[in-house]
Design a protein around this ligand. Structure first.
Ligand code: HAM
Length: 425
């Protein structure tokens, strides 16, 4: 048997109803904040990610699906391509390529789509997973650097959580500084680690040399006391970064958005500057990060574009759906009606009635005249239909149909002209 590849999965009904529900709410809520959809390709030049996300990150150094795409014509070059592991770099590439900054307006863009990372699969962690992301990017003159943009993105996320009815999330917030102040913090961390790193786990000993910030991400219980005593980034932020972060917090306080400052939260992508954040959810176990994001004021320049500060986030849709399932959110709608032709030659009358009902906006499915009534009723029950509508010769002649409420068993005869309104009500 040929099976789905390890780390990928099929999303099947009825679960897909919950995915559709989430995506519907995303489109509704994001539209209220004036975001518009962008769709970028699922593969890009490898260079986009190595320059944008960062050569040293886990994502680029070991998790990308990359291949050499051979030239097929003299006009083509062999090039290295990669299935997108994330979509911020792609959106910023599109912003630069299409000169979206020329309008002078902020670009408020969102996307829903698959991403690919070669991670070790487990619950909540897949090699093909879905992200719902948003990016706000634009020239500085459009206010793209302002703390209110960070707060607005977080405000929108909490509105989305309310709209889908998810409870029990926590928003962790931090500032990772900028190109000016972060090197000073890195240096302080390196120095502090030099004295204690022999007592830390082997991963941390390596990170202390290569990328000291990642030590803060360590989950090994024995290491925690030592890590908690290391210097905090907040003490090293320069004046600009400190006031920016204070303003983000002040706006969130005014809006009543609850958050916790977590000085140890460092994100796994190199483009972040200033504000970073994650929402976690208790039901997700080891993969507790339901979404993550932050500011990337230098990313556009890093990949060859103009100065274009930005802020954004990506929700792990697989994880959001898992959290909703854990609290038993149901999204599957019952089928309003099952139309049952009864007797030879009635299929086409049933099809005609089904077509009328569907045009009136009612979802219906149709049985077959060869089914006995008993089999049609059993099918209606399996489909979870609310009503059975019987289309026999007598009904066709009278232009009125026998309608049975499958829960109460109550039956009524309803004229064709009134049927759609009855089923809708
Ligand atoms: P990220 O933290 O790498 O950020 O991913 C965002 C979210 O995607 C995670 O919090 C998680 O829920 C989900 N996710 C990541 N990897 C997997 C996986 N293997 N399986 C299932 N879910 C996963 C980014 O990707 C940034 N582009 C976010 C961003 C947008 N920052 C600014 N703008």
């Amino acid at each position: 048997m040929i099976k789905a590849v390890r780390g990928t999965r099929d999303l099947l009904p009825p679960d897909t109803a919950l995915w559709n529900f989430v995506e519907r709410k995303v489109r509704e809520v994001f539209a209220r904040y004036n975001y518009q959809e962008i769709r970028t390709p699922v593969f890009e030049s490898t260079e986009l990610f190595s320059r944008g996300v960062g050569e040293e990150t886990d994502i680029v150094s070991k998790e990308m699906f990359t291949w050499e795409d051979k030239a097929r014509a003299a006009s083509e070059k062999t090039q290295s391509l990669t299935l997108r592991p994330e979509n911020t770099a792609g959106v910023v590439r599109a912003y630069i390529e299409h000169e979206l900054g020329r309008s002078g307006l902020l670009q408020k863009l969102y996307y829903i789509g698959p991403q690919f990372r070669r991670e070790r699969p487990q619950k909540g962690r897949y090699r093909q997973f879905f992200q719902i992301g948003a990016e706000v990017i634009g020239p500085q003159t459009a206010g793209s650097e302002l703390p209110m943009r960070d707060a607005e993105a977080l405000d929108m996320l909490t509105s989305l959580m309310d709209a889908v009815g998810l409870k029990g999330w926590t928003l962790y917030l931090n500032s990772v500084g900028c190109q000016e102040c972060r090197p000073r913090y890195n240096q302080a961390l390196r120095e502090a680690l030099a004295g204690v790193k022999d007592k830390l786990c082997s991963d941390c000993q390596r990170r202390a040399e290569t990328n000291p910030l990642r030590v803060l991400d360590c989950k090994v219980p024995e290491d925690q006391d030592i890590i908690n005593a290391l210097p905090k980034i907040a003490e090293y932020l320069d004046e600009g970064c400190r006031t920016h972060f204070a303003e983000v917090c002040a706006i969130l306080d005014t809006l009543g958005v609850p958050y916790q400052v977590n000085p140890r939260m460092v994100r796994g992508l190199d483009y972040y500057t200033r504000t970073t954040f994650e929402f976690t959810h208790g039901e997700l176990g080891a993969q507790s990060a339901m979404l993550g994001g932050g500011r990337y004021d230098g990313l556009s320049e890093q990949i060859g574009g103009p100065k274009a500060p930005g802020i954004g986030f990506a929700i792990g849709e697989d994880r959001l759906v898992l959290a909703l399932q854990a609290q038993q959110t149901e999204a599957a709608e019952p089928l309003p009606a099952f139309v049952m032709p009864l007797g030879k030659g009635t299929n086409r009358h049933a099809m005609k009635l089904a077509r009328e009902l569907r045009s009136a906006g009612i979802a219906v499915d149709v049985s077959d005249e060869s089914f006995r009534l008993k089999k049609s009723f059993e099918t209606a029950e399996k489909l979870g239909a609310k009503y059975a509508v019987i289309v026999g010769e007598n009904e066709v002649a009278a232009d009125a149909f026998n309608v049975k409420d499958l829960k109460s068993g109550e039956q009524k005869t309803i004229a064709r002209a009134e049927l759609a309104a009855f089923l809708a009500g």
